[in-house]
Design a protein around this ligand. Structure first.
Ligand code: HEC
Ligand code: HEC
Length: 627
């Protein structure tokens, strides 16, 4: 009997079980998933490229299974043994037989599969694709994508309503909640948040009350201060509007525990009876347990104070009997089992080995924490603005001027750092740690050369090899690689429009490649004097203190990193070449026909169409590399 066939039999059997069973809550996206019978737990180890199967009766690991680069979501198909996993960097959904430890199928899906949920009958799975912002529907029996639904911009969080008629989706950079009708695939509702809502990766839906809960942060871009820039929030949306009113309320979790601040809410979970809500905080390593209040006003009430959990908790799930809470402490490489009411820790299960290298892991721990010595205020972690090497999509009102947060892909090869090239090593971020933003004691003993005004003193202060922790932070920041653009017909290939764009890009008249050159499309080099250029963008911002010359940014990955330029005033790539380039100082574009601009944009969106080399003459020493 083929595996395929046996899987179908299991699915058919499951459908029967569910038809006469109780009605469990709809499921939601997570790195953790427990089977409906509570016997098995699955955890995705994003940095290890694996998933781990846990026997929940014995609290032991049954097996770890390699699935690919960056698994971000897991879901059981019924009670197993089959499960599905979204593999973010490989653009696949892996079908895994957890009994044999084999990946039985790799289904090619759209780019950046993040969250995944499975219907109770085990027949369909739904997947959020961060970029391009879609949800795909997968037939689990046939193992094929049935349809793709347009959802929003950069979607991550995903939940099924308890009656499975709707899909709820969150936008990562706005915290907007969207509802899709499962039958028609059409977007039927939208809950707008506050304009500063950011980094929302998860949504859960109450089993009985028409409410959705979304953990996220708020990024206050006009305040640069240890306790005023980033706020932890839990938004609650009324899924059925009450007289058309009160659609969304947001609770500031910073004051939820009195003066004890919690940072970077990552995920939430409800007990099966819907009476308890658990929220975990990846920056301060703690968890709140709250009572769900049935009043449409206060919504939740804290039970006791936040309790400490392990390092960088990124997932929380409750067992189907409501007695246990599982937490994935991702930088301890453990799943902790807590008693659901007292929160007493019952067991700790080691699910994988530390990935990559010990320095890299240390760097990620430092980068993710809002505890000392990174900051003394507990509000901000480096990861609050640079989530897993991505940008936070924001333009911050820094003292030196408007500054868009860059992504870290390719950072090891594109030094110097900052738009104005005022730093030449990641270790220089000791100045950020000790500065107004983080207000931390720092990772280095002793004093630094004082920073006076906007003078780039960091360039003359050599900080590498003076602190193991700062070196580890550098190794972590320099570890992010690009994945291929989804806008190409095949690896190494360009569409006809992009090929025409490439010819314009490299032509002498348009002249883009004079600065955006080499495999990383930049002339950045650590050789002094640095190559800085005035491309006419420095005068657009009256608060600018360091312009008008900037370091040439890489163009790899620009298809997903809007808004553009140091000040973020170009909303699209077209704007960079047109409205933001009135005097032809940024390449010669004014003579181009609209069709030619389209071709140039098509080329930019295709980058990278082949992966750049792992080493160039400008590659820095402090980085993680496999060899
Ligand atoms: C409040 C948001 C915020 C926080 C917190 C933050 N950064 Fe940044 N980061 C930015 C912005 C904005 C820039 C661009 C600044 C510039 O170019 O002048 C940046 C730039 C960088 C760069 C340079 C990237 C490049 O391509 O040039 C690195 C490296 C970096 N940050 C590391 C860190 C580290 C390490 C921490 C923690 C100690 C941290 N950041 C904390 C917002 C933040
Ligand atoms: C003289 C050097 C130079 C030339 C020529 C040049 N660029 Fe740039 N490019 C830069 C610099 C410097 C910046 C950053 C400017 C800023 O942020 O204000 C930049 C920024 C960009 C950005 C925004 C990237 C981001 O992440 O925000 C894009 C896109 C871009 N250039 C494309 C092009 C194209 C296409 C051409 C040809 C039409 C071109 N550039 C010509 C130096 C150059």
């Amino acid at each position: 009997m083929s595996l395929h066939f046996s899987a179908r039999l299991i699915l058919a059997a499951l459908a029967v079980v569910y038809a006469c069973g109780s009605s469990p809550a709809g499921s939601s996206n997570s790195l953790l998933d427990v089977t409906p019978d509570g016997k098995r737990l699955l955890v995705a180890n994003a940095d290890n490229g694996s998933i781990t199967v846990v026997d929940t009766a014995a609290n032991t690991v049954l097996r770890e299974i390699a699935v690919g680069d960056k698994p971000e979501g897991v879901a059981w198909i019924g009670n197993g043994p089959l499960a599905v996993v979204t593999v973010y960097n490989d653009d696949i959904v892996a079908f895994v037989d957890t009994n044999t430890g084999k990946v039985v199928a790799k289904l090619r899906v759209s780019d950046e599969p993040y969250g995944i949920v499975v219907t109770k009958d085990g027949r369909y799975a739904y997947v959020t694709h961060e970029y391009p912002g879609t949800v795909s529907e997968i037939d689990l029996g046939q193992r094929k994508v049935l349809r793709t639904m347009k959802a929003g911009e950069m979607v991550r969080g995903l939940a099924l309503s308890p009656d499975e008629k709707r899909l709820y989706v969150t936008e990562f950079y706005t915290g907007v909640l969207l509802a899709l009708d499962r039958e028609t695939g059409v977007k039927v509702d939208r809950w707008e948040g506050h304009s500063s809502d950011n980094l929302c990766r998860n949504v859960i839906v109450h089993p009985r009350r028409p409410k959705a809960y979304l953990p996220h942060i708020r990024s206050k871009i006009d305040v640069i201060d240890g306790s005023g820039s980033i706020f932890p929030h839990l938004s609650i949306c009324d899924l059925v509007p009450l007289n058309g009113q009160k659609r969304r309320t947001s609770i500031g979790m910073d004051s939820y525990n009195g003066v004890y601040v919690v940072t970077n809410p990552w995920e939430a979970a409800l007990s099966p009876d819907g009476k308890r809500l658990y929220t975990i905080y990846a920056g301060t390593n703690d968890m709140n347990i709250s009572e769900v209040v049935d009043d449409d006003y206060k919504e939740i009430k804290r039970l006791g104070f936040a309790v400490r959990v392990g390092q960088n908790p990124r997932a929380v799930r409750v067992s189907p009997d409501g007695k246990k809470v599982y937490i994935a402490n991702t930088l301890d490489f453990e799943v902790a089992v807590h008693e659901a009411n007292s929160l007493e820790r019952l067991a700790c299960i080691k699910v994988c080995e530390p990935p990559k290298s010990l320095e890299w892991v240390r760097g990620k721990i430092l980068f993710s924490t809002a505890n000392r010595p990174l900051t003394s205020r507990r509000w901000i972690a480096c990861a609050s603005c640079h989530p897993d090497g991505h940008s936070d999509g924001r333009v911050w009102h820094n003292p030196e001027g408007l500054r868009k947060t860059p992504a870290f892909m390719g950072l090891a090869h594109t030094h110097p750092l900052h738009w104005s090239a005022d730093r030449d090593e990641v270790q220089d971020f000791e100045y950020t740690i000790r500065g107004r933003l983080m207000q931390g004691p720092g990772l280095l003993r002793g004093s630094l050369k004082p920073k006076i005004g906007f003078e780039p003193i960091e360039l003359s202060e050599d900080l590498a090899e003076r602190s193991k922790d700062l070196d580890a932070l550098a190794i972590y920041c320099n570890s992010f690689d690009f994945t291929l653009s989804p806008h190409i017909p095949a690896p190494g290939k360009l569409s006809a429009a992009a090929e025409r764009g490439r010819q314009l890009f490299t032509s002498d008249t348009v002249g883009c490649a004079k600065c955006h050159r080499g495999p990383y499309y930049t002339d950045s080099t650590l050789k002094k004097p640095f190559n800085l250029h005035d491309v006419g963008t420095g005068s657009d911002d009256p608060s600018e203190k360091m312009g008008p010359k900037y370091d040439t940014p890489t163009l790899l990955g620009v298809y997903r990193t809007a808004p553009y330029l140091h000040h973020g005033k170009a909303k699209t790539l077209r704007d960079v070449l047109t409205t933001c380039n009135p005097n032809d100082k940024h390449g010669k574009t004014s003579h181009l026909k609209p069709q030619e601009i389209d071709d140039l944009v098509a080329f930019l969106k295709s980058l990278p169409y082949e992966l750049p080399p792992k080493e160039t003459p400008n590659t820095v020493k402090y980085r993680y590399h496999k060899d």
